[in-house]
Design a protein around this ligand. Structure first.
Ligand code: SAH
Length: 230
């Protein structure tokens, strides 16, 4: 039999111990509510509240809890804000955004992860507050633009111009930029037709994928409980 695990307690400890410089009460409250263990593969459920990213298959990861919270705080979200997420992955960050009261639009490029995320969001009771799309998020979601905020969960070499263009006046784009291990998380703010860039912190994300040859192909196949990605 599965041992009983007190996920509510683990989640409270996550919010108490791992949030570092994230202090926005609305972000912390949302992190305390979303059941992160419903967004990881079943064999990793017991590790869902650890201070690290976890593999979700197809060479992708669910981001570390702190990074999810940090990006959301950096985007200075208010209830009712229209938010685009590029890289749905497990659906976890989308669920936290929904819990913040945002109108969430999320784009995922890997069909299997798109399906899993929909199931995860359904189980967590968030699916009705999240609009999902399968496709290349580097193009944004033109039909729904402009957005008050855009969060990118994988790293492009440069800020995708289409995403800047889909920011509302006063809008915030949070995006990890750079190839290889030396990425930086950028905040891009649209003010009076100008884009102001602020470097936030060094990070390590999976690369943003695309149809062109400059992006590495994604690993095909699900994550196996024994092996998995290196
Ligand atoms: N926010 C996610 C983290 C996902 S990791 C979570 O909370 O779990 C990054 C995700 O971006 C992966 O699922 C990957 O498949 C996706 N991705 C990579 N390139 C993409 C692109 N061009 N468009 C949309 N999604 C992309």
């Amino acid at each position: 039999m599965e041992p009983y695990r007190d996920y509510d307690r683990l989640r409270a400890m996550m919010v108490r111990d791992q949030m570092r410089d994230v202090t926005d009460p609305a972000v912390l409250a949302a992190m305390a509510r979303v059941p992160r263990h419903l967004f990881v593969p079943p064999h990793l459920e017991a590790r869902a509240y650890e201070d690290r990213p976890l593999e979700i298959g197809w060479g992708q990861t669910i981001s570390q809890p702190y990074i999810v919270a940090y990006m959301i705080q950096a985007a200075r979200l208010r209830p009712g804000d229209k938010v685009l997420e590029v890289g749905t992955g497990s659906g976890y960050q989308a669920a936290v955004l929904a819990e913040m009261g945002c109108r969430v639009f999320t784009v995922e490029i890997i069909p299997e992860l798109f399906e899993t995320a929909a199931r995860n969001l359904e189980r967590a009771g968030c699916l009705d507050r999240v609009r999902m799309k399968l496709g290349d998020g580097r193009k944004g979601w033109p039909e729904e633009a402009p957005f008050d905020a855009i969060l990118v969960a994988a790293a492009p070499e440069e800020v995708p111009p289409a995403l800047e263009g889909q920011l509302a006046p006063g809008g915030r784009l949070v995006v990890p930029v750079g190839g290889g291990p030396s990425q930086v998380l950028l905040l891009v703010e649209r003010e009076d037709g100008e884009f102001r860039r602020t470097r936030l912190l060094p990070v390590r994300f999976v690369p943003l994928l695309g149809e062109d040859s400059s992006s590495p192909p994604f690993r095909s196949g699900p994550l196996s409980p024994s092996g998995g990605s290196p």
